[in-house]
Design a binder for this molecule. Structure first.
Ligand code: ADP
Ligand code: MG
Length: 628
């Protein structure tokens, strides 16, 4: 419990004790009028002073009609009518509800805060032969940092020396440690568990994975869902309407019927208390907050309530192939060289791919296994969806697919059997090819099955890879459709066609890794990216980031989304229903202010407890057997 909450709890206890003593005395009419008023007034101020202050402050700011105002006039009205006990009780119960709400919010905030816990405090760098701790923001690209066992990796980089196992749980929700060694990329936010690592920093702190994720989580609650916007608009009109209705209720009936004003003013005040829209105003955003928190617990970052809401209505899911459905971890299975040695062929390819971060480039560099001498490389250009062109030692090297060969009028050996083929040309002459093979991610098949079970109408794959490879993957995974040999622009075009195939309120989600598909990610209703591999473009362009790189998490987050929306609907119907009934009873004089308070606090508390269920996602994670 926070300090503020503890203080409120104390105030509730003190005012509560005073009330329990005063109330029987009041019923037996033991105390004379004025001492009784003063004692009740003290209890009232202890419990309600901040609400009165807030009401006054908001009035001076021009925001008259909020729940503080409703509570203030209802309770002050009660005092004016001589109903001191009611005045205190209403305030007391209202504050119990507030305390409860504040506790609920901080609880769901905490699960998101667990993610926030990834902020590193310092980085160790070598200075004049000794290790010093500096602010991660001071470290520059190319600097060497040391991360000792037990420390958090402060910046993204490449391991120069050492090996260790990394705890990535804070980022991915995955508790299985990741083994890393020299030459491998590490991302900030993970905890180094066993070995001492020497890391060459590859990004400034502001650009690091940690900074990106923190920024994303901090802004998540700014993007409101339709339901939240509805509630805000609703409250803006609703509260003034209620106040006007209450004023009419207090004035008109006594004028018409000749009954005493006191009775009707009391009914009007009761009406005000009941109509306080707190339960709705609180529980809807809280449910979304809980849903986003629950998703983050399962290793999925959702960038706003609007996206969480949209996920529930997804009809078509479109996948990129490389790095999304497949591991993107290509292994060289054949090298064919026309003249030069195989070693020379792969060297040229690795040099040409030096600046590319495409999974194919990474795999070729890994297969080459030696350091690249940058001074020999000039004029590298990456042709998206085709390959690369570079000048190495004065020779023009082309490395890429058949399309790249065709556009450069190079006749190549057609080779359509297993695997992806990277053709190589030197100074316009065909030199040979490197065949590489990727693996389908172990959970891709399950992911497609789960999506079908969740009612997704179409699963589609878009890929820039050859038709042979694309069709093979699509068949293995049982996808509804596969479009192959697409350039990034073709992917956008194909996606737009698919957008026409969904229903009016249906949504289309695109899942990619951000390499050659960032434009598509940005264009869809919901862009989902694989973020664990650390592609910045993806984390930025996407609306939802899957930290574990597992496509099966899409079905998980859809289930979370549906559950959240179900909770929101239940709360809206329940709160409006109960309020409506009590409101009518109150106006007719059947419900007292007591009943009104119970109804209000009761509904709020139940709605909040219901909203908190959105945070509980254990069930969804267990389906796939992940231990969290
Ligand atoms: P996907 O849609 O499967 O993710 P991309 O659009 O990223 O594929 O790439 C499509 C094809 O373009 C690859 O299968 C490969 O043949 C070729 N290609 C793209 N980038 C490179 C590269 N850096 N080196 C070699 N080939 C590449
Ligand atoms: Mg790709």
């Amino acid at each position: 419990m926070s300090k503020k909450e503890k203080k409120l709890l104390w105030r509730i206890l003190i005012a509560g004790v005073m009330f329990t003593i005063l109330f029987p005395l009041h019923l037996k009419e033991v105390l004379p009028e004025y001492p009784e008023l003063i004692l009740f007034l003290i209890a009232y101020l202890i419990i309600g002073i901040d609400i009165l202050e807030k009401a006054v402050r908001n009035i001076t700011r021009g925001q008259v009609f909020d729940e503080n105002f409703l509570m203030a006039i209802a309770t002050i009205g009660a005092f004016c009518l001589g109903e001191y006990a009611e005045g205190v009780a209403v305030m007391l119960f209202y504050q119990v509800g507030e305390l409860f709400q504040s506790y609920a919010v901080s609880k769901s905030r905490r699960s998101i805060a667990d993610l926030m816990d990834i902020r590193p405090d310092y980085a160790n760098i070598m200075r004049d032969g000794s290790l010093v701790q500096v602010d991660p923001e001071e470290v520059q690209i190319g600097n060497i940092i040391i991360v000792k066992p037990g420390e958090r990796i402060p910046l993204d980089g490449i391991i120069e020396e050492g090996s260790s196992s990394l705890d990535t749980a804070a980022l991915t929700g995955e508790s299985v440690p990741r083994e890393v060694g020299a030459g491998e990329n590490v991302i900030s936010g993970c905890i180094n568990q066993t070995g001492r690592l020497t890391i060459r920093v590859s990004k400034e702190f502001g650009e690091s994975t940690v900074a990106k994720i923190l920024e994303l989580v901090e802004n998540a609650s700014d993007k409101k869902s339709k339901s939240e916007n509805f509630i805000t608009r609703f409250a803006r009109y609703y509260t003034p309407l209620v106040v006007i209705a209450a004023a009419i209720l207090a004035i008109l009936p006594p004028l018409i019927t000749g009954q005493s004003f006191n009775i009707w003013i009391q009914r009007a005040l009761t009406f005000l208390v009941i109509s306080c829209p707190c339960a709705l105003v609180i529980s809807v955003p809280l449910s979304f907050f809980g849903g986003i928190g629950g998703a983050s617990k399962s290793g999925v970052l959702v960038k706003g309530s609007n996206y969480l809401e949209a996920l529930a209505n997804t009809e078509i899911v479109v996948f990129d192939k490389t790095g999304t459905l497949t591991k993107g971890n290509f292994v060289v299975s054949e090298i064919y060289s026309k003249q030069m040695s195989k070693q020379e062929l792969i060297r040229l390819a690795a040099y040409a791919e030096d600046y590319s971060s495409h999974p194919i480039a990474m795999s070729i560099k890994k297969a080459f296994g030696k350091n690249v001498d940058n001074s020999q490389i000039k004029d590298t250009t990456e042709v998206a969806g085709q390959g690369v062109r570079a000048v190495i030692n004065g020779k023009i090297i082309l490395a890429g697919n058949t399309r790249l060969m065709k556009t450069n009028h190079i006749s190549y050996d057609d080779n359509t059997s297993a695997g992806t083929v990277v053709h190589l040309a030197v100074d316009g002459e065909y030199a040979g090819y490197i065949r590489i093979e990727d693996e389908i991610k172990p959970d891709s098949r399950q992911a497609i099955l789960d999506l079908k079970a969740a009612g997704i109408k179409q699963t589609v794959m878009l890929t820039g890879d050859s038709d042979a490879v694309g069709k093979k993957v699509a068949a293995a995974l049982n996808l509804d459709k596969a479009y192959t040999e697409l350039l990034p622009a073709d992917k956008v075009e194909q996606l737009e066609k698919l957008m026409h195939q969904k229903s009016q309120k249906g949504m289309l989600a695109f899942v990619g890794d951000g390499i050659n598909d960032a434009p598509v990610l940005a264009r869809t209703d919901i862009g989902i990216a694989m973020g664990g591999l650390g592609s910045d473009a993806a984390i930025e362009a996407a609306d939802v980031v899957i930290m574990t790189d597992e496509p099966s998490k899409i079905a998980t987050v859809m289930k979370i989304s549906k559950k959240t929306l179900r909770i929101v609907r239940q709360n809206i119907i329940f709160a409006l229903g109960v309020k409506g009934i009590v409101l009518i009873l109150g106006a007719l004089g059947f419900a007292t202010m007591w009943a009104a308070v119970f109804a209000d606090v009761g509904v709020s508390v139940i709605a909040i407890i219901n909203a908190m269920r959105a945070l509980n996602v254990k069930k969804f994670n267990q389906i796939h057997g992940y231990v969290l």
